[in-house]
Design a protein around this ligand. Structure first.
Ligand code: RUB
Length: 314
């Protein structure tokens, strides 16, 4: 697949989910480099790769896994002295990112499974590889668990989730998003993924996550967020806000119906923000943390303290 095809598939959501978007984007950058003729001109190579990176970055705005992964791969490429060195660094960094991303998912699954008690019912929302990994690991350990899964309008990512759960013989209950509060009394805990985590521990995830967290809080049920550390957004330290993607209105209301309703406006935000107060724990490959330790992850684990950010961006 070419880089443009990968970009198109991310934009049209054939490739989706924050972790997968990051891994596929990095693989696309790596493979794109192989298609460029060797000229010996390192500056030209870096320029071409920056252009390729910008195409990928322009696909979807919310999941910070995408810019974080591209930055991890491109940072040292930019200072390479020769084209061969730039190519080698790009390849090594891309492979390292993909490997560490998969390892992170395994670690999160192991830690997350510890928080799913035998006999419990877990509610999940959307289709998160990190969250599902914990559920599948709990099942693999022999725990008797059930899952309650939402539909996830308008893209129905819940169908992907129930297919995986069904394939793994996990008893699953499926319902429309608006049934969440009614169902909350029947479940024991909520596990979801994340597209971005801000410095104050707020979690950006699929639209509807914040309602689930609010209902869970009311019902005194724990909310666990599972997220690889590259989903933490260091630039929020500088006050930058996470952009919430708004997609086309015809994903919600078909154009022919909308055309008959000139006074109706359709909004289609696809992510929302859950404040840290509604989250009990964020499970990362670096450990299971309270959300208020988000800055510590950014500084100690990702190496982005205020000083580093100011040097880089201000
Ligand atoms: C996907 C979504 C997922 C997170 C985490 O939204 O909100 O919960 O991306 O997923 P979309 P993962 O379908 O719009 O991409 O744990 O797989 O990274």
């Amino acid at each position: 697949m070419t880089l443009l095809q990968t970009a198109e598939q991310i934009q049209t959501m054939q490739i989706r989910g924050a972790g997968k978007i990051a891994r596929e984007a990095v693989a696309a950058l790596r493979d794109h480099a192989e298609t460029l003729p060797r000229t010996g001109d390192v500056a030209a190579f870096i320029r071409e790769m920056e252009h390729a990176a910008s195409i990928l970055l322009g696909t979807r705005p919310t999941a910070v896994s995408l810019p974080n992964a591209i930055q991890m791969v491109m940072r040292d490429v930019r200072t390479a002295r020769t084209e061969e060195a730039a190519r080698r660094i790009l390849r090594e960094k891309a492979d390292a990112f993909i490997w560490s991303s998969r390892t992170a998912l395994d670690r999160i699954a192991a830690m997350g499974a510890n928080h799913i008690p035998d006999g419990s019912i877990v509610m999940t929302h959307c289709n998160s590889k990190a969250a599902l990994g914990c559920i599948l690991e709990a099942k693999r350990q022999g725990k008797d668990i059930e899952v309650y899964a939402t539909e996830v309008r308008p893209w129905n990512q819940g169908r992907l989730t129930i297919k995986t759960l069904n394939d793994n013989e996990i008893p699953t209950t499926y319902f429309v998003d608006s049934a969440v509060r009614s169902m909350m009394k029947e479940i024991d805990l909520v596990i979801v993924g994340a597209d971005a985590i801000t410095v104050n521990g707020a979690v950006v995830n699929k639209i509807g996550t914040s309602q689930i967290a609010l209902c869970a809080n009311e019902a005194r049920k724990n909310v666990i967020v599972t997220a690889e550390t590259y989903k933490f957004a260091p630039r929020t330290i500088l006050g930058e806000l996470i952009q919430i993607e708004e997609r086309a209105q015809n994903e919600v209301l078909p154009d022919d119906i909308a055309a008959t309703l000139p006074f109706v406006r359709v909004k289609n935000p696809v992510f929302d923000v859950t404040p840290a107060d509604y989250i009990d724990m964020i499970i990362t490959e670096a450990g299971a943390l309270p959300p208020h330790l988000a800055y510590t992850i950014m500084r100690e684990y990702l190496g982005w303290g205020l000083d580093e950010l100011q040097n880089q961006f201000l």
